[in-house]
Every structure is written in structure tokens, then in C-alpha cells.
Design a protein around this ligand. Structure first.
Ligand SMILES: [Zn+2]
Length: 426
């Protein structure tokens, strides 16, 4: 998400906090999703069946999993729950938790260590009747992180982070997605993945699966070997399709040069002012160059190189903000010296929630400043090469502060300890 979208929202703190996050790599549950949804009500309602296969990565039998219904996160349990599951096969559902954004499923048969099992359930998604990343305006429905997903399992414990309204607190191991979306007549779907003969789309090693639907216009082109489709609602003023495609032609190859090849065969770009959001193979963006570039950069820093967005959001947001500058969408560096908010950069979403979200934007700007300072210390070419190498090594994998720090220390001709201390990079 781009910092311009940061809206201060006060959320009442209720319930127990999740276990302390350590921002490590998720346990290898290796999820695979099969989803088939049929749309109705002009694409504002989707109903169907979802199957999630997963591995028990632990040493003991696994008797319970958690499913995240992130689409309920901004609403809680009040009134209509916009995401519901029912008719669970292979498990029994318990009472929803974390403001109805998490449901425990007790497996019918505990899963042995290393074994693979699955659960299946009916899904109903009702797009909220207000603008937003999971929301609507006019004929356009945005379904960002609306499809139920397996929760993040870390060191044998399920992470049940709170929804974060001005950024992201969802974390996903890379997963294979097979998704079939059958829209009602007259409705188009902007969704990532390679079309299959049966009408489904296949997205391999993707994290989330998000899409948009509505009465849309599209413009298609191959950019740097990637099948790019830009979508906008019919009737939107101006010529955003041509503008956004022109910007993408310029920035996508530069980002590939900086961080290694783009990770999927296709890319969907949904032009909207209601959400500035990154998803695997799909972004929701305004037609502004720096916003498009920021969201495109998340196809590397988030989608291709995953990170713990709840505990260490700087590992994608600071990097995407830095990419705006590094790929030419911004003329000037983010900074010349560290600012007073340097100590905020590596904080997790819980820290900012407790402070009514004050300072969250510093993760973007002051975090990008840290990368500017590293470039200054290490040298422009060496830093560029080291960052690219770090992205390549962690492709379809995971980034942590400790690994990034070690990678920079390994190439730096000068000590970096004072910077790490100042920015609390551990
Ligand atoms: Zn962002």
C-alpha cells in the first residue's frame, strides 16, 4: 500500500494480543488452493467452494488449523460478515476469533508429521457497499484479500494478527492457486494467473489471490515478456488505460533490471482511486507514476520476496518506496541523513495501532532513507548489485531484517553498525 493512502483510523483495542511476532519465515505448510466462485449481483457477490491442501511441517500431529477471513477484518463481527464459510469437510469449525477474521478448524483426523491433508468449505463473499480495497464504487468491485486463506504458522504456533486498516498485517507463504471465477453476464474479471482449458486460472507460487470485477475496459500489451492488462471501469474520465500502460512500459523493465525478472507470466493493473494495493500478479493503483511504480515494486518486495507484513512491514514498504527513487519515478533521494524517526522504521503494526497509527508513514519514507544511506556507505554500484543479489537469492522466498543486514554487512567496505543501531535493525 502506498503511504498516500494512510488514513488515520482509531480502532478500539479489544481482546488479547497475538503472541509476540518474531518476523521469521513461516513454517512450510506449502498450501495449495482450489477455488471456484460464481458471481452474481453485477459481481458484488461471489459464492462457491474452496479447498485448501497443506502439509504438517511440525514434529507432532496437527489437529487444528486456522483460516483467516481478512475481508471481515475492517468490520468485525457486527452486522453482516462479508466473508463467510460453511459446510466444512475434513474438519469442524469453531467460534470465530480476532473480530471474526479467524476461524479455527479442528481436523477430523489429526495430520501426521510431514503428511499432507486438506479441508474444503463453501465460501460467500459479499463486497461491502462502500469504497475500499474490499469494497465497491459504481460498477467496480474490488476483492483484495477477500478469499479465505490458511493462517501463518510460525515456529509451530499459529499467528493470529489483528487486521491493520492502513497497511497490511497478512502474511502468506508462497502457494499454488487454481481459481475459477464465473462472472455474471456483462461483467469482466481482472484476475491473475494463466488461463487453463477448464476456465480456471493458475497462479503458481503466489501469496494472496485478489481480483476485481465489474463493467471494465481493458488494454493489453506484452511488456518485458510479461502479459500486462490494464483495467478501468467503463465511463471513467480521461484516458487512464493508455497513460498507465505507458508508465508500466517504462517502469517494469527498470524494476526487473534492479531486482531480477518479474515473477509471473502475467500482470493485472486495476486503475482506481479507492485502493493503492499490491497483490500477487495484480495491483490496484491510481494513474500516478510514483504510485504505479510503488505498487509494481511490491511485485518484488512482498509478492516475490515475502516478508512478515505484520511484524516487519518495513521489509516491503521501505523497499517499494526506495524503488520509486531507484527506478526513476522520483527525482531526489529520500534523504541525506537519518531522521529523528529512524527508530520507528522496524516497528511492527501492533506498535502503531497502539499509538492511533501515528508515525506509520515513517516506515515508508524513513525506511527508504535507510536504503539511501546504505547506498551511500556501500557505494552506488555495489549496493545496487547486492540488493539485486539479495532479491534473487530470496525469490519466491522470504526476507528478514537479520538476513538483509547480513547481506549488506558482507559487501560493505565500511562498518554499518551505527546505522543498524540507529534504525534498530536486528
Ligand atoms: Zn506499499
Amino acid at each position: 500500500m502506498a503511504r498516500a493512502a494512510a488514513v488515520i483510523v482509531v480502532v478500539v483495542l479489544l481482546g488479547a494480543a497475538a503472541a509476540p511476532a518474531v518476523a521469521g519465515e513461516p513454517d512450510p505448510t506449502a498450501p495449495a488452493y482450489e477455488v471456484a466462485l460464481t458471481g452474481s449481483e453485477r459481481g458484488m457477490r461471489w459464492k462457491g467452494r474452496e479447498t485448501i491442501s497443506f502439509t504438517n511441517p511440525g514434529a507432532a500431529p496437527l489437529d487444528r488449523i486456522w483460516i483467516r477471513l481478512w475481508g471481515n477484518g475492517g468490520w468485525g463481527c457486527r452486522g453482516m460478515r462479508h466473508v463467510r464459510i460453511a459446510n466444512v469437510a475434513g474438519a469442524t469449525a469453531g467460534a470465530p476469533r480476532v473480530f471474526c477474521s479467524a476461524v479455527p478448524l479442528r481436523l477430523a483426523t489429526p495430520l501426521a508429521p510431514g503428511a499432507r491433508g486438506f479441508v474444503a468449505f463453501d465460501v460467500v463473499l459479499r463486497v461491502p457497499a462502500r469504497p475500499g480495497r474490499f469494497g465497491r464504487r459504481g460498477n467496480l468491485a474490488l476483492l483484495s484479500n477477500a478469499i479465505p486463506v490458511l493462517a501463518h504458522l510460525e515456529a509451530g504456533a499459529w499467528r493470529l494478527d489483528r487486521y491493520f486498516p492502513i497497511g497490511e498485517a497478512w502474511t502468506y507463504p508462497a502457494a499454488d492457486w487454481t481459481v475459477r471465477l464465473d462472472p455474471p453476464p456483462g461483467v469482466s474479471v481482472a484476475a491473475p494467473g494463466v488461463p487453463q482449458p477448464d476456465g480456471s486460472r493458475r497462479l503458481e507460487r503466489g501469496r494472496d489471490y485478489s481480483f476485481a470485477a465489474g463493467r471494465l475496459r481493458a488494454r493489453r500489451a506484452t511488456v518485458d515478456g510479461v502479459a500486462v492488462t490494464v483495467w478501468a471501469p467503463r465511463g471513467r474520465r480521461g484516458a487512464p488505460l493508455a497513460t498507465v500502460m505507458r508508465i508500466t512500459r517504462r517502469r517494469l523493465p527498470r524494476l526487473s533490471a534492479l531486482f531480477g525478472p518479474y515473477g509471473w507470466p502475467d500482470l493485472q493493473i486495476v486503475v482506481t482511486d479507492d485502493a493503492l494495493m499490491e497483490h500477487t500478479g495484480l495491483i490496484m493503483t491510481s494513474p500516478d507514476d510514483w504510485v504505479i511504480t510503488h505498487e509494481l515494486a511490491h511485485e518484488w518486495w512482498y509478492a516475490l520476496v515475502g516478508n512478515d507484513q505484520a511484524a516487519a512491514p518495513w521489509l516491503d514498504e521501505a523497499f517499494a518506496s526506495y524503488a520509486e527513487e531507484a527506478s526513476g519515478a522520483q527525482d531526489r533521494p529520500w534523504c541525506r541523513r537519518a531522521g529523528r524517526s529512524a527508530r520507528l522504521v522496524t516497528r511492527g503494526t501492533a506498535h502503531f495501532r497502539e499509538r492511533e497509527f501515528r508515525g506509520y508513514d515513517r516506515i515508508y519514507s524513513e525506511g527508504a532513507c535507510l536504503l539511501d544511506l546504505l547506498r551511500e556507505r556501500i557505494g552506488r554500484d555495489s549496493f545496487r548489485d547486492a540488493l539485486r543479489e539479495y532479491a534473487l537469492v530470496n525469490r519466491y522466498g522470504w526476507s528478514t531484517a537479520a538476513e538483509f543486514r547480513a547481506a549488506m554487512d558482507a559487501v560493505s567496505p565500511v562498518p554499518l553498525g551505527d546505522l543498524w543501531r540507529r534504525y534498530r535493525v536486528r
